[in-house]
Design a protein around this ligand. Structure first.
Ligand SMILES: C[S@@+](CC[C@H](N)C(=O)[O-])C[C@H]1O[C@@H](n2cnc3c(N)ncnc32)[C@H](O)[C@@H]1O
Length: 245
């Protein structure tokens, strides 16, 4: 039975497995994704920030600790928000990104870490984000890389005679994919890299940064298994800006 991103993290089996993954640091977040996102973030001193799909709120609290004036941290999952530690500058909101409404020009920065590949109407959300940003405001987000979401079956590495190969297939067919990840039936959305970027441009934003991060030497020395991420990109990170007046 397919499980959408908005319900996934409240599934007790998934929540338990995901929690363990993050606690043990065996995923790609700590070694690859968090540093890559940080490299594209603007200074946040005094900024009003929105964190879309905040999970347990670690990024929201980091931005608050770095000087953000206030952070609205939004997630659909009750369990994830229950696991989020309080912070005086972070307001947690339980809401679905597909329908979230916020006041126009309420934020200097919108961030999202590994959540937007769960959203079906990505162009619609980007248009709303563009409206929430003040002139000069930034959007910075990470997304599962289209090379990883393309294959209809999302089978992961495929054994060959003397190793493994990453299957890139079905790239042109955008839409939902169902993956077995921690539990069966996890629904994510495959989009072309061009779609991810063009939606930003169509919403009137300027592209200011793009990154396809790989593990660095220190990360590889600490965890040699990360070397598989040198063979195909796990993540795409994009940064955009609403034009200043
Ligand atoms: C991979 S987790 C990332 C959490 C956090 N950003 C982090 O990096 O630790 C994805 C998060 O997106 C949230 N999410 C997925 N679909 C959502 C939706 N439609 N509306 C709101 N949150 C959603 C999930 O509940 C989950 O907390």
């Amino acid at each position: 039975m397919p499980v959408s991103g908005r319900d996934l993290y409240d599934d007790p089996r998934f929540f338990e497995g995901y929690h363990r993954l993050r606690q043990t640091g065996t995923g790609i977040n700590d070694a690859i994704e968090i540093p890559a996102l940080a490299r594209l973030l603007p200074p946040v001193e005094g900024a009003s920030v929105i964190d879309l799909g905040c999970g347990a709120g670690a990024l929201a609290r980091r931005l608050a600790a770095a000087g953000a004036e206030d952070v609205v941290a939004v997630d659909a999952s009750e369990r994830m928000l229950e696991a989020a530690a309080p912070h005086p500058k972070v307001r947690y909101v339980r809401a679905d990104l597909e329908t979230l409404t916020l006041p126009s020009s309420c934020a200097d920065l919108a961030v999202s870490s590994m959540a937007l590949h769960y959203v079906a109407d990505y162009p619609g959300l980007v248009r709303r984000i563009a409206d929430w940003l003040r002139p000069g405001g930034r959007l910075v987000f990470s997304h599962e890389h289209p090379v990883c979401t393309a294959h209809r079956l999302m089978p992961g590495w495929i054994p060959t005679g003397d190793g493994t190969i990453w299957p890139l297939d079905d790239y042109a067919a955008e839409g939902p994919r169902t993956q077995n990840w921690i539990i069966e039936g996890v629904v994510k959305y495959h989009r072309h890299t061009a779609t991810l970027i063009n939606a930003l441009l169509d919403a009137g934003l300027e592209l200011t940064g793009i990154s396809e991060p790989a593990p660095d030497a220190a990360a590889l020395a600490a965890r040699p298994a990360l070397a598989e991420h040198l063979r195909r990109p796990p993540i795409l990170v994009l940064a955009a800006q609403r034009a200043a007046p």
